[in-house]
Write a protein that binds this ligand. Structure first.
Ligand code: NOJ
Length: 473
């Protein structure tokens, strides 16, 4: 197969997230979030101590973003709400009308342009006031999130029909509450990631139920969660140890979240038994992996109306020697993912270019989770600074990846409904600051008006979108 049409009404999009593009960190009554606090503490938490204070300036320059969307001819745009811009202390006790106005303008303008919005409620930027009450480590956040979701459905749900509750809970939980490299920087090894994830899953499920019970009939929209995953294969396909390590790799990543939500309301059995056994060996009286009650399992099961996947790369896997390791979700997994020497690396070292991994991952999702409708809500390639406007390598990545999506649809019968490039714009790439550029549009951060310029890949992507077709040369 060397070219082909995508199915009719395929969703063509690009994605962004509030903290990474908006700036206006304290504009018009916005409350601080954990990334504001974290970056303002300095201390090299982020490369060159950069912050999202200004970022792409999308809080004021949103019309420039709309021009980019138009130039690409997108049918869909995925962005996130800044929770503390809408609710400065995270609760509905005080609503920031200016924040509501901002998202109303954005949503209305997208709809006028014929672009469908896909809104993420939470993309790593927890309101600081919610963190101060324990953040995702606290059960209280489950209901605070539910109320925030309910507020968003009430305020914007007449026009927004695609909701994503939480972006990448795997990273949001582990990097924020286990390794501490993400805001709020909590380092609770072997415990924090599991506890945060546990509350995120419950928060997601409650937010889904609120929609299902009170809004779905009237608003006719849908709710999901964006799960990230690598594809993984055994380093030596003939080694049983490598095969088992690969299974653990997938269970402690994608299935950690997807099993409860798409299968049976609970964590994978293998995950429960490994963490419980290790906890016993450590002399603990209960497992470091929290348990769901039967009532919670019933509440969590089946709480996604479609599958949102963020895919970037693939790993070859072998067992990790954990004998001298302290308790950590990595040592619980007991698997090490490595890249093959012949895989090209993008502008960030973790992103090896392995487009075929996506096709295999899509087939795995089809078979594991009952052939759901899948939206690829993120996929992209980074350039290191200084980036080339003629980003031929990036376009190569997109082309090859889209070809794999097409094969997944046409040859494997995977129900892929849409594809969103990460990202519309170069933006604040978390710990890497502005040095890693994922945009289809270049942003000149040195100029006050933050001009956007299309990369070569933007022009090429626009052709694919327009024809709903990949012509692979
Ligand atoms: C996933 C995250 O959702 C996004 O915020 C990030 O910028 C990209 N991956 C690239 O690392």
């Amino acid at each position: 197969m060397d070219s082909g049409k995508f199915p009719g009404s395929f969703a063509w999009g690009a994605s962004t997230a509030a903290y990474q593009i908006e700036g206006g960190w304290d504009a018009d009554g916005k409350g601080p979030n954990v990334w504001d606090t974290f970056t303002h503490q300095g201390g090299d938490r982020v490369l060159k101590n950069q912050t999202g204070d200004v970022a792409c300036g999308s809080y004021t320059l949103w019309e420039e973003d709309l021009k980019c969307i138009k130039q690409l001819g997108l049918t869909h745009y995925r962005f996130s709400f800044s929770w503390s811009r809408l609710l400065p202390d995270g609760t509905t006790g005080f609503i920031n009308q200016k924040g509501v106005d901002y998202y109303n303008k954005l949503i209305d303008s997208l709809l006028e342009m014929g672009v469908t919005p896909l809104v993420t409620l939470y993309h790593f930027d927890l309101p600081q006031a919610v963190e101060d009450q324990g953040g995702w480590l606290s059960e209280k956040t489950v209901d605070i999130f539910k109320q925030y979701a309910q507020f968003c459905y009430t305020t914007f749900g007449d026009r927004v029909k695609h909701w994503i509750t939480i972006n990448e809970p795997y990273y949001a939980a582990r990097l924020s509450y286990e390794s501490g490299i993400f805001a709020p920087g909590k380092k609770l090894k072997g415990i924090g990631g599991y506890r945060a994830a546990h509350n995120m899953i419950k928060a997601h499920a409650k937010a889904w139920h609120v929609y299902n019970t009170f809004f779905k009939d009237k608003q006719q929209g849908r709710v999901s969660i964006a799960l990230d995953s690598d594809w993984a294969e055994p380093l030596d396909p003939n080694s049983l140890a490598d095969k088992e390590a690969t299974e653990r790799y997938m269970f402690f990543r994608l299935h950690w979240f997807a099993n409860p939500i798409f299968i049976d309301g609970d964590y994978p059995a293998i995950m429960k038994s490994i963490v419980s056994q290790k906890s016993k060996e450590e002399g603990l009286t209960s497992s470091r992996l929290p348990e769901f009650t039967e009532e919670e399992k019933a509440m969590i099961k089946g709480t996604a109306d479609f599958f949102c996947l963020n895919y970037y790369t693939t790993r070859k896997v072998k067992p990790l020697d954990t004998t001298a390791c302290e308790p950590h979700s990595n040592s619980d997994t007991g698997a090490e993912g490595i890249t093959e020497p012949n895989w090209p690396i993008s502008g960030v070292e973790w992103l090896a270019v392995v487009p075929w991994g996506l096709r295999r991952l899509l087939a795995h999702i089809k078979h594991s989770f009952g052939n759901p409708e899948i939206f690829i809500t993120e996929n992209g390639f980074a350039q290191a600074d200084p980036p080339a406007l003629q980003d031929v390598h990036r376009w190569g990545y997109y082309q090859e990846t889209l070809m794999e999506v097409l094969k997944a649809i046409k040859l494997d019968g995977v129900n892929v409904k849409g594809y969103f490039a990460w990202s519309l714009l170069d933006n604040f790439e978390w710990n890497s600051g502005y040095s890693v550029r994922f945009g289809l549009f270049h942003v000149d951060f040195a100029q006050a008006n933050l001009p956007r310029t299309p990369y070569y890949s933007a022009n090429e992507y626009a052709k694919v979108v327009k024809g709903n077709e990949l012509i692979y040369k």
